[in-house]
Design a protein around this ligand. Structure first.
Ligand code: 3HC
Length: 692
């Protein structure tokens, strides 16, 4: 065995050279790996004893892509293209042997090999789009030459990791080899290639499939239409499509140039910077400063959920989906039956859509037990309370749980803003009490705020993070404060949105601006969807807010066909003259003058106070890092990924600009806009949240 460099070695087995890469954790294409490939192939080519070359990786995966940590830094060592040229132009067959994932640049390297074999568990994909990029090493030109433009469009715009069997069907992989025997299988395949004198198959020379699509722009038009809604606001999907178009309409080398040009545009733009930041933020968020990875955890084999309403039902589904039995408790039989029936209906709808079988529905429902008394929770390992948001009610529940539930179990509250320390004080085991704040719909939304109270123990925190991962959530550890991280920042935006509509912007103006910014919907459309009468009652209504006045005339949101907006029978919204009149009258009563409000002011008023609140959260230590706050906003509130989250966005526009605007607003409108000390400090030091 010859070492090529620190991450590559070449061994000879019979007449096959095996070039092995070993660069943990994922064999990303760092300068060393590129050098290992280029020099390793050159040595194998120079060695007359070697007739064919197998490229294989040690560790958990084949090459998972370019090394993202190198992006934006000065290039070092051989380029990826040098390494790929060494492979593609080798005068001996090169075979990629794939396990784990061949992703991005990894698949692009495999596509320059003359053949590809994989174990059945392997997956291939071009996920660059998820980093705001496109495959920049020939992937967009080679992939359609094997799988055809339609499938290529699907792969590059979705970033899906395609299972090996499917890759085999598509011709992306030439042969599957036995699981766990990749090396033997690849060697056998290489011998076969030699014995059968198979040609050096260069993907770049395959033209049938791209030629067949030439002169058929309708393929692309239809595809663009099909993904328009899902990809609104993102640049990368469109750029990926343009590259596949280039593969169809241009000769290979021209197509490569188009790909390079578009890749560089994306690479140097703010969307990809944001999306790459989010990639690392999603991984950082699991790392806790003072709860080490080896903290003991509590086995969670059985969960109790209190409340069978929308929230409790959604929370339960997460655990049932993960195969964990749930006991759900309600006070009245009717409410319990309704809650359980809703869960069943949700599962049956998924089965109808083909997501899983009816058997699976029964399997999940079989894990669910309904109960009418907290006594049924005596032996669960984790209880999540999702009852009415009222401190006295919560304390009463926790006091009872303390007496009923076995010692060592975690007692969690799903409260979205109440003080967990106070809830914990109702028990004699505050170290086992924690907040697990799910977002509605709880079976769909990815975010979980794990709220650490004063006495919460480290094993309870570690277990909560672990169980979050198990049920497919992304968890952010936050501290106790009103609204925690997400709702605390949201209340800033809500306050300004409410003020803006009294000052002259209409709800549909505010909504349009925030929608165009990239949110799935604006705050007023959201209120209409949720129902304006949440927490409202006719008896206690005092006409003191716009919302109350709307409810009083039975405009209670989408469900009543009217709220801030008017709705037609298909629930399409249109601006409402009635609402406009109510707002104008209300503003006049309050002596607020109506003025023209620019879109820019709407953004600045709604977003900058959120950034400022984020800074306060950081200075109070209620979030571990700025990027955790961004994770909360992306996964819990639909902040557009391509803008990286509010804290990233603050850095992007410049904290000095944010501070100056906050000061200007403060002078005009008072201390709602008082700048956070941390914001002032960072600006004084010329730093951003990224430097913390
Ligand atoms: N570059 C640098 N680091 C990477 C990386 C990459 N491409 N991919 C993963 N890592 C790091 C992660 O940050 C993480 O580091 P940490 O342990 O310090 O937090 C570590 O590797 C392990 O990653 P995961 O925790 O994600 O491990 P999983 O086993 O859950 O997932 C994976 C493995 C499926 C490979 C996943 O990491 C992944 O999807 N990676 C990104 C793949 C990708 O996007 N490739 C395309 C890159 S862009 C490109 O290739 C451009 C080219 O076209 C020119």
């Amino acid at each position: 065995m010859t070492a090529i460099n620190a991450v590559a070695d070449l061994s000879v087995e019979g007449d096959i050279g095996v070039l092995t890469l070993n660069s943990p954790p994922v064999n990303a294409l760092s300068a060393d790996v590129r050098e290992g490939i280029a020099n390793g192939i050159a040595q194998a080519v120079a060695n007359d004893a070697i007739k064919a070359i197998v490229l294989i990786c040690d560790g958990r995966t084949f090459i998972a892509g370019a090394d993202i940590t190198e992006f934006g830094k000065a290039p070092k060592g051989p380029s990826l293209q040098d390494a790929q040229n060494a492979i593609e132009n080798a005068p001996k067959p090169v075979i990629a042997a794939i396990h784990g994932t061949a992703l991005g640049g990894g698949l692009e390297v495999a596509l320059t090999c003359h053949y590809r074999v994989a174990v059945p568990s392997a997956k291939c994909g071009l996920p660059e789009v998820n980093l705001g990029l496109l495959p920049g090493a020939g992937g967009t030109q080679r992939l359609p030459r094997i799988v055809g433009p339609e499938k290529a469009l699907e792969m590059v715009t979705s970033g899906t990791h395609v299972p090996a069997r499917k890759c085999l069907e598509m011709g992306l992989v030439d042969e599957l080899v036995e699981e766990g025997k990749l090396r033997e299988g690849a060697l056998a395949f290489a011998k076969k290639v030699l014995a059968e004198k198979r040609p050096l198959k260069k993907v770049r020379d395959l033209n049938d499939k791209v030629e067949a699509a030439r002169g058929k722009p309708e393929i692309f038009a239809a595809f663009r239409k099909s993904i328009a809604r899902k990809t609104r606001g993102f640049l990368a999907p469109e750029y990926n499509i343009q590259c596949i178009e280039a593969a169809v309409n241009q000769p290979f080398d021209e197509g490569l140039k188009t790909e390079r040009k578009l890749f560089m545009e994306l690479m140097t733009g703010s969307q990809s910077a944001a999306q790459r930041y989010v990639f690392f933020a999603e991984r950082q968020v699991w790392k806790l400063a003072d709860v080490p990875a080896d903290t003991p955890t509590i086995p969670i084999n059985k969960v109790g959920v209190i409340g069978a309403g929308t929230m409790g039902g959604g929370i339960s589904m997460n655990f049932l989906n993960a195969g964990i039995p749930v006991t759900i408790v309600e006070m009245k039989q009717e409410a319990l039956d309704r809650g359980i029936a809703t869960i069943r209906k949700n599962y049956e709808n998924s089965a109808k859509k083909g997501r899983f079988s009816m058997e699976e529905v029964e399997k999940r429902m079989g894990l669910l037990t309904g109960a009418l008394s907290l006594d049924a929770l005596a032996d669960v390992d984790l209880v999540i309370e999702a009852v009415y948001e009222n401190m006295d009610v919560k304390k009463d529940v926790f006091g009872k749980l303390d007496k009923i539930v076995k010692q060592g179990a975690i007692l969690a509250s799903n409260t979205s803003y109440l003080n967990i320390d106070e809830i914990a004080s109702a028990t004699k085991r505050p170290e086992f009490v924690i907040g697990l704040h799910f977002f509605s719909p709880a079976n769909v939304m990815r975010l979980l705020e794990v709220v650490r109270a004063d006495h919460t123990s480290k094993p309870v925190i570690a277990t909560s993070m672990q169980i979050a991962k198990k049920i497919g959530k992304i968890a952010a550890l936050v501290g106790v404060c009103p609204g925690f991280v997400g709702n605390r920042m949201l209340s800033q935006r809500q306050r300004e949105a409410q003020k803006l509509i009294l000052e002259g912007a209409m709800p549909w103006d505010v909504d349009r601006v925030l929608y165009d910014f990239g949110f799935p919907m604006g705050p007023f459309a959201m209120s209409d969807l949720a129902g304006l009468d949440l927490g409202w009652s006719k008896e206690t209504s005092t006409s003191s807010t716009i919302r109350e006045r709307l409810c009083e005339i039975d405009r209670r949101g989408q469900k009543t066909g009217a709220g801030f907006y008017d709705y037609d029978e298909n629930r399409n919204a249109s601006p409402s003259p009635v609402t406009e009149k109510i707002i104008k009258e209300f503003a006049a009563e309050k002596g607020i003058n109506s003025r023209q409000i620019s879109d820019q002011e709407i953004i600045e008023r709604c977003i900058y106070p959120m950034i400022n609140e984020g800074a306060k959260i950081l200075e109070e230590g209620k979030a571990q890092r700025a990027s955790d706050i961004d994770i909360v906003w992306i996964n819990g509130y639909g902040w557009p990924v391509y803008r990286g989250g509010p804290m990233f966005y603050g850095d992007l526009i410049g904290l000095d600009k944010v501070l100056a605007k906050m000061k200007e607003f403060q002078a005009q409108m008072g201390d709602d806009f008082k700048p956070a000390a941390l914001l002032e400090k960072l600006v004084a030091e010329g730093k951003g949240f990224k430097d913390l």
